[in-house]
Each structure stands twice: as C-alpha cells, then as structure tokens.
Ligand binder design. Sequence first.
Ligand code: SF4
Ligand code: SF4
Length: 243
Amino acid sequence: MAENTIRLTGKRSSPFLDKVKKLLPDDGNLNLCLTCGACASGCPASGLDGMDPRKFLRMAAFGMDEEIKNMPWIWMCTMCQRCSYVCPMKIDIPQLVYNARAMVPREDRPKGIRDSCDMALRNDCCSAMGTAEEDFVFVVEDVLEEYQEAQPEFAEMTAPIDKEGAEFFINQNSREPVTEPDEMVPLWKILHLAGVNWTYGSKGWAAENYCLFLSDNESWEHITRTTAKQADQLGCKTYLNTE
Ligand code: SF4
Ligand code: SF4
C-alpha cells in the first residue's frame, strides 16, 4: 500500500469534524462533499506530503483525528480559500484546517510561525519582525526624503504617519521597511498620483498576522484590535489591509 494511502482501521466517530461543524455557519457544509476533486485541482498545497483538500476532508469524515493532528500538511495549507471558492457545495475546508491546527498544543506548532506571532506581540507595531515604532518612522521618513530629492516629479509626495482624519488607514508588510524599503515607494507614488488621503499608523502598521496562521485566536484578536484601534483613534474611515 502506498505510503500516503488512507488506512481505515475500524469504525470511528468524528469528534473533530463534529466540533468544527458546530462552530461554523450552516455546519461549514462539511457533510456535503461530492468528491468531485475541484478543490484539489486548484489547491497550491495539493500533492505536498501526499495530501490534498479532498483527501483531508475524507480523513476528517472518517474520524482520523489523531492522524490529522500529526500531519505536516495542515501547516502547508496557505489558507488561500481557493478550495472553498471553487467547491460547488461551498465547503469550508480552510476553517477545517484552521481548527485542525488548533488541536495541536501551542508549544508543538511550527516554531517559525509561533516565533513570528510571539514577535508581533512584543509591541503595538504588531510586526512579526519585532520592529520598533521609531525604526519604522525613521525608515519611512528617510526613504521618502531620498525619493523626493532624487525624483523632482515626486517632490510633493508624502508618506504620512498618524495623520488624523485620513480617509484610508493603510498597513505595510514588515519585510519591506526592514529589508526592502524601496518596495514601499511604488504604492506611495500611486496614492500620490491618485490624490488619496491616507496614512500609516505608528502603532498597528504591520500588515502580516502570523497569529492567524498559528490558529491562536486570542493573539490574533489582540493584533487585529491593536491595529483597528489605531485606525479608529485617527478617525480614518477605511481600513485597507495590503496583505
Ligand atoms: S470541491 Fe467541494 S465537493 Fe468537490 S471534492 Fe472538494 S470539497 Fe468535495
Ligand atoms: S485554503 Fe488550503 S486547502 Fe484550500 S486551496 Fe488554499 S491551500 Fe489548498
């Protein structure tokens, strides 16, 4: 038998599937699979670890809870939601994956994701790289000045931080100010040319949220509330997440 074949070793109940069904509107439609394979054909994680979303759903339906919990594949899913988008029955497989991750004790979840979440909890910037507020402000101001001088047609361009009453509160992946600061500039240029009234926040400016991928509800909520609070305090009308 192939290494990744699903082995059924007797009648099982499906406590994991039953629990997730209770959490989701309309049970996440988790009982409605037609086994058509549309989810597997568009999934970027199909074939990794010999798995795909259709097989994953079957395993959950067969009550293979222990196998699911210990399967590296649940951490390979990108949560992109393509599977549920193409599914004719609108089955919510990403939520099933999310809750499978939550079955794993936090200390046993992948270190890279866990450390990135913990780093984001260190301060109110919510940066997975642990970047401090003053470092973000310094980089933005420094890069802006450089482009204003080097490209006279953008001498009036701005990159506001904590601008009260801006229409849009915009966030930024930490990787850019920390390792690729020039990558921030194209967006600034577009916003400038379009005459958009926008701002970053000195707090909650980081767009990534690894606590979501860690399935750490409490930390995910903390990060989201921190950044939303900054947008509210500045009186911004629209929160625009660039991730
Ligand atoms: S696309 Fe939906 S119905 Fe088809 S196999 Fe996947 S989960 Fe089942
Ligand atoms: S959400 Fe996960 S399972 Fe669904 S298509 Fe994306 S990677 Fe695949």
